[in-house]
Design a protein around this ligand. Structure first.
Ligand code: 5GP
Length: 200
Protein backbone atom coordinates (compact mmCIF):
# COMPACT_ATOMS: atom_id res chain seq x y z
CA UNK A 1 0.00 0.00 0.00
CA UNK A 2 1.40 3.39 -0.81
CA UNK A 3 1.37 6.26 1.65
CA UNK A 4 -1.56 7.97 -0.12
CA UNK A 5 -4.01 5.35 1.11
CA UNK A 6 -3.85 5.98 4.81
CA UNK A 7 -3.10 8.59 7.42
CA UNK A 8 0.41 8.68 8.85
CA UNK A 9 1.36 7.28 12.24
CA UNK A 10 2.35 9.66 15.02
CA UNK A 11 4.77 7.49 16.96
CA UNK A 12 5.52 9.02 20.38
CA UNK A 13 8.62 7.57 21.98
CA UNK A 14 9.41 8.32 25.63
CA UNK A 15 11.86 7.04 28.21
CA UNK A 16 14.53 8.49 30.47
CA UNK A 17 17.64 10.17 29.07
CA UNK A 18 19.99 7.36 28.15
CA UNK A 19 17.23 4.83 27.43
CA UNK A 20 18.25 4.78 23.77
CA UNK A 21 15.02 6.28 22.43
CA UNK A 22 16.66 9.10 20.48
CA UNK A 23 19.04 6.67 18.72
CA UNK A 24 16.08 4.51 17.78
CA UNK A 25 14.03 7.42 16.42
CA UNK A 26 17.00 8.76 14.46
CA UNK A 27 17.71 5.37 12.97
CA UNK A 28 14.08 5.07 11.88
CA UNK A 29 14.47 8.40 10.11
CA UNK A 30 17.89 7.57 8.61
CA UNK A 31 16.62 4.31 7.15
CA UNK A 32 13.59 6.04 5.65
CA UNK A 33 11.01 4.26 7.84
CA UNK A 34 9.55 7.50 9.15
CA UNK A 35 10.24 11.23 9.40
CA UNK A 36 11.72 12.62 12.59
CA UNK A 37 9.74 15.52 14.06
CA UNK A 38 12.39 18.09 14.98
CA UNK A 39 11.43 19.66 18.32
CA UNK A 40 12.13 23.18 19.46
CA UNK A 41 14.16 23.66 22.63
CA UNK A 42 15.78 26.34 24.74
CA UNK A 43 18.57 23.95 25.80
CA UNK A 44 22.05 24.81 24.52
CA UNK A 45 23.25 22.66 21.60
CA UNK A 46 25.55 19.77 22.50
CA UNK A 47 28.72 19.27 20.53
CA UNK A 48 27.82 17.97 17.08
CA UNK A 49 24.16 18.97 17.23
CA UNK A 50 22.89 20.94 14.25
CA UNK A 51 20.22 23.62 14.39
CA UNK A 52 17.17 22.60 12.40
CA UNK A 53 18.21 18.93 12.31
CA UNK A 54 18.82 17.93 15.93
CA UNK A 55 16.49 20.58 17.33
CA UNK A 56 15.30 24.05 16.47
CA UNK A 57 17.41 25.84 19.08
CA UNK A 58 15.53 28.89 20.37
CA UNK A 59 16.03 31.58 23.00
CA UNK A 60 13.51 31.55 25.86
CA UNK A 61 12.03 34.73 24.39
CA UNK A 62 11.51 33.17 20.94
CA UNK A 63 10.10 30.00 22.47
CA UNK A 64 7.57 32.02 24.49
CA UNK A 65 6.59 33.95 21.39
CA UNK A 66 5.86 30.70 19.55
CA UNK A 67 3.72 29.57 22.51
CA UNK A 68 1.76 32.85 22.27
CA UNK A 69 1.32 32.42 18.53
CA UNK A 70 -0.09 28.90 18.99
CA UNK A 71 2.69 27.19 17.04
CA UNK A 72 3.07 24.23 19.39
CA UNK A 73 1.01 21.05 19.67
CA UNK A 74 2.52 20.65 23.13
CA UNK A 75 5.43 21.96 25.14
CA UNK A 76 6.88 21.17 28.55
CA UNK A 77 9.72 22.09 30.85
CA UNK A 78 12.14 19.17 31.03
CA UNK A 79 15.39 19.15 33.06
CA UNK A 80 15.14 22.97 33.40
CA UNK A 81 14.65 23.79 29.69
CA UNK A 82 11.64 24.15 27.41
CA UNK A 83 10.95 21.55 24.74
CA UNK A 84 8.03 21.58 22.33
CA UNK A 85 6.52 19.97 19.24
CA UNK A 86 5.78 22.34 16.39
CA UNK A 87 2.52 21.87 14.47
CA UNK A 88 4.47 22.50 11.26
CA UNK A 89 6.53 19.32 11.86
CA UNK A 90 3.51 17.09 12.25
CA UNK A 91 0.02 17.95 10.96
CA UNK A 92 0.36 18.15 7.17
CA UNK A 93 2.64 15.10 7.10
CA UNK A 94 0.08 12.95 8.90
CA UNK A 95 -2.58 14.04 6.43
CA UNK A 96 -0.25 13.09 3.58
CA UNK A 97 0.23 9.60 5.03
CA UNK A 98 3.78 10.14 6.23
CA UNK A 99 4.76 8.30 9.43
CA UNK A 100 6.43 10.45 12.08
CA UNK A 101 8.58 9.47 15.04
CA UNK A 102 8.79 11.82 17.97
CA UNK A 103 11.15 11.85 20.90
CA UNK A 104 9.01 13.30 23.70
CA UNK A 105 8.99 13.33 27.50
CA UNK A 106 6.18 11.85 29.63
CA UNK A 107 4.52 15.25 30.18
CA UNK A 108 4.37 16.01 26.46
CA UNK A 109 3.00 12.56 25.65
CA UNK A 110 0.29 13.01 28.30
CA UNK A 111 -0.70 16.36 26.77
CA UNK A 112 -0.98 14.90 23.26
CA UNK A 113 -3.15 12.01 24.51
CA UNK A 114 -5.63 14.53 25.91
CA UNK A 115 -5.90 16.75 22.82
CA UNK A 116 -9.40 16.54 21.36
CA UNK A 117 -8.31 16.37 17.74
CA UNK A 118 -9.50 13.57 15.50
CA UNK A 119 -6.40 13.50 13.30
CA UNK A 120 -3.95 13.32 16.21
CA UNK A 121 -5.97 10.71 18.07
CA UNK A 122 -6.36 8.52 14.99
CA UNK A 123 -2.66 8.68 14.24
CA UNK A 124 -1.28 8.29 17.76
CA UNK A 125 0.87 5.34 18.91
CA UNK A 126 2.91 5.55 22.11
CA UNK A 127 5.87 3.57 23.33
CA UNK A 128 7.89 3.74 26.54
CA UNK A 129 11.52 2.63 26.40
CA UNK A 130 12.65 1.27 29.75
CA UNK A 131 16.39 0.91 30.41
CA UNK A 132 17.47 -2.53 31.70
CA UNK A 133 18.57 -1.15 35.09
CA UNK A 134 19.40 2.10 36.88
CA UNK A 135 23.10 1.16 36.81
CA UNK A 136 23.01 0.71 33.04
CA UNK A 137 21.17 4.01 32.64
CA UNK A 138 23.81 5.83 34.67
CA UNK A 139 26.63 4.24 32.75
CA UNK A 140 25.01 5.17 29.40
CA UNK A 141 24.59 8.79 30.55
CA UNK A 142 28.23 8.97 31.68
CA UNK A 143 29.60 7.29 28.56
CA UNK A 144 27.87 9.86 26.42
CA UNK A 145 30.40 12.42 27.76
CA UNK A 146 28.21 15.31 26.63
CA UNK A 147 26.74 16.47 29.94
CA UNK A 148 28.21 17.96 33.10
CA UNK A 149 28.06 16.09 36.43
CA UNK A 150 25.27 18.44 37.54
CA UNK A 151 23.20 17.69 34.44
CA UNK A 152 23.76 13.93 34.79
CA UNK A 153 22.60 14.03 38.44
CA UNK A 154 19.46 15.99 37.50
CA UNK A 155 18.64 13.64 34.64
CA UNK A 156 19.08 10.57 36.86
CA UNK A 157 16.76 12.06 39.48
CA UNK A 158 14.14 12.90 36.86
CA UNK A 159 14.42 9.45 35.31
CA UNK A 160 12.93 7.85 38.44
CA UNK A 161 9.75 9.95 38.06
CA UNK A 162 9.60 9.31 34.32
CA UNK A 163 9.99 5.54 34.67
CA UNK A 164 7.14 5.45 37.21
CA UNK A 165 4.77 6.51 34.40
CA UNK A 166 5.34 3.62 31.99
CA UNK A 167 1.78 2.33 32.45
CA UNK A 168 0.40 5.39 30.67
CA UNK A 169 1.75 3.94 27.39
CA UNK A 170 0.31 1.36 24.99
CA UNK A 171 3.67 -0.34 24.36
CA UNK A 172 6.60 -0.99 26.68
CA UNK A 173 10.00 -1.87 25.29
CA UNK A 174 12.49 -3.27 27.80
CA UNK A 175 15.74 -2.06 26.35
CA UNK A 176 18.47 -4.61 25.70
CA UNK A 177 20.89 -4.46 22.81
CA UNK A 178 20.46 -1.87 20.06
CA UNK A 179 19.63 -4.34 17.27
CA UNK A 180 16.90 -6.13 19.21
CA UNK A 181 15.45 -2.83 20.39
CA UNK A 182 15.30 -1.47 16.87
CA UNK A 183 13.67 -4.62 15.54
CA UNK A 184 10.97 -4.41 18.19
CA UNK A 185 10.47 -0.73 17.51
CA UNK A 186 10.19 -1.46 13.78
CA UNK A 187 7.78 -4.35 14.28
CA UNK A 188 5.39 -2.11 16.20
CA UNK A 189 5.49 0.40 13.35
CA UNK A 190 4.86 -2.31 10.74
CA UNK A 191 1.93 -3.69 12.72
CA UNK A 192 0.44 -0.24 13.27
CA UNK A 193 0.54 0.38 9.51
CA UNK A 194 -2.13 -2.32 9.15
CA UNK A 195 -4.59 -0.65 11.53
CA UNK A 196 -7.91 -0.24 9.77
CA UNK A 197 -8.75 3.02 11.51
CA UNK A 198 -6.09 4.91 9.52
CA UNK A 199 -7.01 3.52 6.11
CA UNK A 200 -8.88 5.75 3.71
P1 5GP B 1 17.67 16.00 25.46
O1 5GP B 1 18.03 17.29 26.13
O2 5GP B 1 18.38 14.83 26.06
O3 5GP B 1 17.79 16.07 23.97
O4 5GP B 1 16.11 15.75 25.75
C1 5GP B 1 15.62 15.83 27.05
C2 5GP B 1 14.20 15.35 27.13
O5 5GP B 1 13.33 16.19 26.36
C3 5GP B 1 13.99 13.94 26.60
O6 5GP B 1 13.23 13.22 27.56
C4 5GP B 1 13.19 14.13 25.34
O7 5GP B 1 12.31 13.05 25.10
C5 5GP B 1 12.41 15.38 25.68
N1 5GP B 1 11.92 16.07 24.48
C6 5GP B 1 12.54 16.23 23.29
N2 5GP B 1 11.76 16.89 22.43
C7 5GP B 1 10.60 17.15 23.09
C8 5GP B 1 9.37 17.80 22.74
O8 5GP B 1 9.17 18.27 21.63
N3 5GP B 1 8.43 17.88 23.70
C9 5GP B 1 8.58 17.36 24.94
N4 5GP B 1 7.57 17.48 25.81
N5 5GP B 1 9.72 16.74 25.31
C10 5GP B 1 10.70 16.62 24.40
Amino acid sequence: MNTQDRLGILYLVSGPSGSGKTTMCRRAADTGLAKYAVSATTRAPREGEIDGTSYHFLTVEDFKQKIAEGEFIEYAEVHGNYYGTLKSEVVSRLQEGVDIVMDIDVQGAAIIREIQDELLQTCLVDLFVMPPSEEELESRLRNRCTDSEEVITLRLQNSIEEMARWQEYTYLLLSGDKETDFNTFQNILFTERLKVRRLR
